[in-house]
Design a protein around this ligand. Sequence first.
Ligand code: SPD
Length: 612
Amino acid sequence: MAEAEAGADVKRGLGLFALGVYLFLYAPIVVLAALSFNESRSSATWEGFTFAWYLKLLQNAQVMQALRSSLIVAFVSTVVSTLLGTAAALAFHRHRFRRAAWLEALFALPIVVPEIVIASSLVLLYAALSLRLGLVTVVLAHVAFSVSYVVVVVRARLHGFDRTLEEAAMDLGAGPWRTLFAVTLPLCAPAILAGALLAFALSIDDYVITSFVAGVGSTTLPLQIYSMVRSGVSPEINAVSTLLLLATSLLLLAAHLLERGRPARLCAAPAGLGFALLAGPFLLGGPSAAGGERALNLYIWSNYIAPETLAKFEARHGVKVNVDLYDSNEALLAKLQAGNANYDVVCPSNYAVAILARQDLLLPLDLSALPNLAHVDPAFLDRPHDPGNRLSIPYFWGTTGIAYRKSRTGPIDSWNALWDPRFAGRILMLDDARETLGAALLLDGRGVNEEDPAALGRARQRLLAQKPLVRTYNSADFDQVLLAGDVWLAQGWSGQFAKAMDQDPDIEYVVPKEGSSFFLDSLAIPRGAPHPQLAHAFLDFVMEPEIAAEICATMRYSTPNRSARALLPAAIRDHPAIFPPADVMRRVELLEDVGEATVLYDRLWTEVKSAR
Ligand code: SPD
């Protein structure tokens, strides 16, 4: 009796444990799906059920364009990888040849090779072949990883394949092709279809490899979702993620049923529904952002230009602006150094301009096409990183500092606050080598352009000691994380914090007393830009006083444009976080190119981030 009760207890315990595991796996997905139906924009309050975010998706041209790219890539790569994968599986099944086992294992290798390795090797290969990054390179990459799955699935089916059926067909006079089409392929059809569905689902879902091999105009749905997340989480993202999740789950379910030998009509329902969820919004949606028209390809920091401003440029020049976003100079450098990225305009910080200039990756500007340069304050022109503005024009500048919730922290005036154990778990640091090591260097009495390895080593130690207190490293929407109340103090850049201060009077911004950095971000045209003339037109457009004032007023970063500043409302012109008073400017130092020490900064920062 007691034994039976103990057995029941164990069963109950195991059941609860299993429930806990399933909850851990699926609760985030359920929350995401539920929030996609929430009337409120905020995830903190439930204001009622709505389909509004799904309807909004249909009008979002960028999402529709990304969906279109995803469908094209998934369709083409599925057809190619299914053909190749089936042919390879049949060859391995039919023919005995030397090293067959090895060759077969080579097909399975991409399944276990880390995605990041496949991605970076493909980038190198494309650069060597001078292939421009775009839809073609994405399709080739997707074929490269999905063909293995097709081989594995079809091969598994062929293992149990009764070869006497083929022999019987041959005995009855069928030739090899007839036997293939009349006997072999029909018998393998469920496995081939399962492999194809798997390849399609993997392609629709892929982020890592695609992010390396996509160029402008080939943004797929996962890349679009990530880019939307970086400009603030909205319920629209929850809606599109829910759709993607449902569609891929249904396709995988259909593949699984086919593999298990379930009748085709049983598998057709989930497969059909999965395809409908993906194709439906595309068919119902508004016009896509693409088109055969001329386009300007812009690669810029997130939170650095408003869609309304881009719409003005589009209307004036009758072109489309494709925008890709990044959140670190290192990401920009990597993209341009890999080559063939297809961008017309990029936005490096001053020290990244110097690096790109050294590597001859920027196109010399035609200053005669930039008459509005006359509006820029001469204090920002002809700087050491780009003498004579041969390669770049100043776009925005700003300071790095700490924003904090006064009610939670009290007044803050030192970088030490970000190392204060009282705020453990409530601290956000930028995800940026120069800025984080810079703050640690300042606490050590050094400057933000330090090149001495010993001082940099000490800065690394300081950041390692701080790590247990840090909730997150974030260079994208650090202002939003502070506004949401998830952290109380955040290192970050002035413009986004100036915006946050206007939205919540509890938020204050300070440039610490030990000093800090300031940055000067520029616009430049990469060598090989497909539309250099249009790129010059864009550079001149953003220097028009009215446009420069609009960009400053919407983004709240500081404009170097003298004429624009005069047009700004007093609340922005006199905002101490946007245009800091002289005493603050005296304690900030411009981040400069640190030459060979750049590699050391990157290494130390990677060590900090990867430490446990
Ligand atoms: N979200 C836009 C932030 C731009 C900051 N650029 C300067 C970086 C200097 N390390």
